[in-house]
Write a protein that binds this ligand. Sequence first.
Ligand code: HEM
Ligand code: HEM
Length: 187
Amino acid sequence: MNRLNVDSPTRYDRLTMSLHWLTAALVIFMFASAQIWEQLAKGTPLRKGLQSVHISCGILLAVIVIGRLLWRLSRGRRLPPANQGVMNIAAKTAHLALYLLLLLSQIVLGFLFRWAQAEPFNFFGLFDVPMLMTFDKSMKSVFGGLHENVAWAIILLAGLHAVMALVHHYGLRDGTLRRMLPGRDIN
Ligand code: HEM
Ligand code: HEM
């Protein structure tokens, strides 16, 4: 059931918007950083630096996605569905899949991949992340392969999601995109 305030707001609350756009920016950075370091020679400081920023941003992404889900399940504003019928089911399924792929798959796989590499890692040099598990060396390529495949799945699904948001805005000319953008209430 949708929970609306007494004055029926037509935009998401600021925290929901901030967490959405932060998630989007981080996911794009995570993917782009890996594409860039793959072009660089192994062992160069820039490649190693990008990998360690990727891991630190991954820890930040984990906190943001968990925070976003907790906010959504508690006090975060929910709005009436932007679509009807089959399109509503498709949009909801895509949103749920994005959360699951991000949280259950990619973030978990990212940490497992790093522990399987058996190299210490930290959060922007502020604190070390403890090694919670140890794996056989062969698992490195298993987690690495899965991590890369899930990364592609997220990028493709998020791309489709963004295209649909633009179709709503420029094609259907409804307020769907604007509800995720700051500004005054639309009505
Ligand atoms: C990697 C990038 C992105 C991810 C992971 C992502 C994820 C999500 C998720 C999970 C939701 C559902 C929110 C909820 O109900 O809890 C959502 C909503 C939304 N997203 Fe994104 N998003 C991304 C990029 C974008 C971009 C680029 C746009 C615009 C071009 C966009 C526009 C929207 C809009 C308008 C909504 C609200 C839809 C509605 O009210 O039904 N998103 N996003
Ligand atoms: C949406 C989030 C993420 C995306 C899109 C993403 C994407 C990628 C991609 C495409 C690669 C290259 C894979 C390969 O060529 O084998 C990679 C490598 C890696 N990722 Fe992620 N990743 C994400 C989140 C995370 C998280 C949360 C962590 C852990 C904290 C993490 C840790 C790693 C590690 C350790 C590597 C290997 C670096 C190396 O070669 O030393 N990633 N990631």
